[in-house]
Design a protein around this ligand. Structure first.
Ligand SMILES: Nc1ncnc2c1ncn2[C@@H]1O[C@H](COP(=O)(O)OP(=O)(O)OP(=O)(O)O)[C@@H](O)[C@H]1O
Length: 284
């Protein structure tokens, strides 16, 4: 039997600045009256799995993705990636291990004044020598690859545009084009559809899932679009107040309703279809 790609055991995570703020009386504790943003998280993920993480705002989705990318160190518990425990490694060994994963934040860190081609080729940095990385800043070293990655998100005409001239949705897709240029085997994607219209959102998700399947990478994706999660992912993790409420391949309307229950009372309006699912669950 092959070992899981990722394993989390009894993981508790807190944000250091939140702890300091609570201590100084500047900020109330988190919703569940706890200092932990993640509580007793246990997960086993095999290579190649595609998983959606859903849950109300503030549930801990981003924190979980950052923890999986070893960007946050847990207060207690164990995380292993490819049978290595990142926090037991030296920082340079951890850095090397991190090259095997790609974290696409909700707002991609693209330098405003760079050309798109240069910015997205940064996805290849872990594969390049320092000299190649430097050369790329002067003249893009693989413009054709950048073009091909952009064209998978219908952005090929933006190859030489400046990043600060892109719309929010274009910038978001550029961040994902960067992911295509990486050779990571674990793809962690934070709300990739938040700035996209419904048609683009569907195409974008399809591209991400195809890419993950082609390279047999795991794809772990946080989503606010519950219908996309249920229609496109076989495994769904529901997070609420920092805890895993369910980790299931058979998510029912009732489970969704319970996950979001009483989280957004001020948004009970037809303008928010998500909430109408919650008040009156519907089948997809
Ligand atoms: N840098 C930080 N410092 C202090 N607290 C933080 C920090 N980042 C997040 N938190 C808190 O941790 C909890 C989880 O936040 P997180 O961003 O992981 O939630 P989320 O589910 O991704 O939310 P959203 O859907 O709104 O993006 C929240 O209570 C949030 O206020």
């Amino acid at each position: 039997m092959t070992a899981p790609q990722l394993r989390l055991q009894n993981l508790f995570v807190q944000h250091p600045d939140a702890v300091a703020a609570v201590f100084e009386g500047k900020q109330p504790a988190l919703k569940n009256n706890s200092k932990f943003a993640l509580h007793d998280i246990n997960l086993t993920i095999a290579r190649g799995e595609q998983i959606a993480i859903i849950g109300p705002s503030g549930a801990g989705k981003t924190t979980l993705l950052h923890t999986l990318a070893f960007a946050h160190q847990a207060s207690s518990g164990v995380i292993t990636f490819n049978e290595k425990s990142p926090w037991e490694l030296s920082s340079s060994e951890r850095h090397d291990l991190r090259r095997q994963l790609f974290l696409a934040p909700q707002t991609p860190p693209l330098p405003a004044r760079q050309r798109v081609v240069t910015a997205i080729l940064a996805g290849k940095l872990p594969q390049w020598s320092f000299a190649t990385a430097l050369r790329n800043l002067i003249k893009p070293v693989a413009p054709l690859e950048a073009y091909q990655a952009l064209s998978r998100f219908n952005l090929q005409d933006k190859l030489y545009a400046r990043v600060d001239k892109l719309s929010g949705g274009e910038r978001q897709r550029c961040g994902l084009a960067r992911l295509l240029l990486s050779n990571a085997q674990l793809l962690l994607v934070d709300e990739p559809l938040s700035a996209l219209d419904p048609q683009l959102a569907a195409q974008t998700l399809e591209t991400l899932q195809q890419e993950a399947s082609t390279r047999n990478a795991s794809l772990i994706c946080s989503l606010h679009q519950v219908d996309h999660a249920r229609n496109k992912f076989t495994r769904i993790i529901g997070l609420r107040e920092g805890k895993i409420q369910f980790d299931s391949r058979q998510v029912t309307d009732q489970m969704i309703a319970d996950l979001y229950q009483n989280t957004l009372p001020e948004m009970k309006t037809d303008a928010y279809p998500l909430v109408s699912h919650i008040d009156k669950p519907v089948c997809y």
